[in-house]
Design a protein around this ligand. Structure first.
Ligand code: F6P
Length: 366
């Protein structure tokens, strides 16, 4: 009887609670024992009450809850080997031999590192006298399965991460609200959206809201972007638009990687185009609140698949990450997905923006 634990890690996203619910219930439905680890990797290091056995009713109603009801954290202790050793000991204490982790690329990289190190952690537990050879024998094969929970939609190999469509919806709602006041006063608004180094939220919000201009990290504007943006906005005004919306991804920069801030854009619209301009930073409103239907569905289907992947796993199987590609739930090699994601960042650093866009989803291809 497998003992499967689920954890959420890194920044929260809408749909994480739904993913936990699906993993818990599929674990129980498969005749296994279910655990939830509270507060991300910190809970694994702290052990005790932070690792809780879960029953079917414990996750009742979680499908529509925002954030993660088992908490999340960015844990420093787990980044060091002693922290991981304590975590391994706590897992063996509870008989846990499989971990399903819902988080972003950083959290999932940590998970795979833990798996790679696992045999040596067990050896150290034995050599330090904390565990016996016989005691660790049943735990020699650790299963790790990743679920991608992030509003940023920045993991290569999957079309959507759990939470990104809820966040996009929230941004669109906010811009709809801004639109009406912008229209009334004939104002311009510069809206900063999250996404870290990824421009997916900015780009899709621009498409969905009919923005005048969008700044994305993967596809920086031309060298003379200041005059280009101003002339586009001016043209839209000449065509009769009463409002202007410019969306700036928080990671936006020019082709020399100089940060483009909302204030810089505001100053241009004010001084060069003569528009009464305001800046709105949406902040964590984009990450909170209930998941949209798509994220509930994605989290549920992927949570179920994660448990199936645990049950199919062998010591030879590389850790999988559960993805969605062309509307199908699929398993991909976790480390390969992370490698591709890191390549995008490296290509941006190298100013090879064409390669960076290729490394993202199809939406970015021109
Ligand atoms: O990765 C999710 C995200 O919301 C990013 O879009 C943003 O850059 C970051 O997390 C904000 O992190 P924090 O909540 O720690 O301020």
């Amino acid at each position: 009887q497998k003992r499967i634990a689920v954890m959420t890690s890194g920044g929260d996203s809408p749909g994480m609670s739904a993913a936990v619910r699906a993993v818990v219930r599929q674990t129980l439905a498969s005749g296994c024992v279910s655990y939830a680890i509270y507060e991300g990797y910190q809970g694994l290091v702290d052990g005790g009450d932070m690792i809780k056995e879960m029953q079917w009713e414990d996750v009742r109603g979680w499908i529509s809850e925002g954030g993660t009801l088992i908490g999340t954290a960015r844990c420093k202790a787990f980044m060091e080997r002693p922290g991981r050793l304590t975590a391994a000991n706590n897992m063996i204490e509870r008989g846990i031999d499989a971990l399903v982790i819902c988080g972003g690329d950083g959290s999932l990289t940590g998970a795979d590192k833990f798996r790679a190190e696992w045999p040596s952690l067990l050896d150290e537990l034995v050599s330090s006298g904390k565990r016996t050879e016989e005691g660790v024998k049943p735990y020699r094969h650790l299963n790790i399965v990743g679920l991608v929970g992030s509003i940023d939609n920045d993991l290569s190999s999957t079309d959507a991460t759990i939470g990104c469509y809820s966040s996009l919806q929230r941004i669109c709602q906010a811009i709809d609200y801004i639109d009406s006041t912008a229209f009334s006063h004939q104002r311009a608004f510069v809206v900063e959206v999250m996404g870290r180094h990824c421009g997916w939220l900015a780009l899709m919000a621009g498409v969905s809201c009919g923005a005048d201009f969008v700044f994305c990290p993967e596809n920086p504007p031309s060298e003379n972007w200041e005059s280009e943006m101003c002339s586009i906005v001016r043209k839209h005004r000449e065509l009769g638009k009463r409002k202007t919306i410019v969306i700036v991804a928080e990671g936006a920069h020019d082709r020399n990687l100089n940060h483009i801030s909302p204030t810089m854009v505001k100053d241009l619209l004010t001084n060069k185009v003569g528009l009464d301009t305001r800046v709105t930073t949406l902040g964590h409103v984009q990450r909170g609140g209930p998941p949209c239907a798509y994220d509930r569905m994605l989290a549920t289907l992927q949570g179920v698949e994660a448990v199936k992947a645990v049950l199919d796993s062998t010591p030879e199987t590389p850790s999988p990450v559960i993805c969605i590609v062309e509307n199908k739930i699929v398993r991909k090699d976790l480390m390969e997905a992370i490698k591709l994601t890191k390549e995008v960042a490296a290509n941006i650093e190298k100013k090879d923006f064409a390669a960076a866009m290729k490394g993202r989803d199809a939406e970015f291809e021109e």
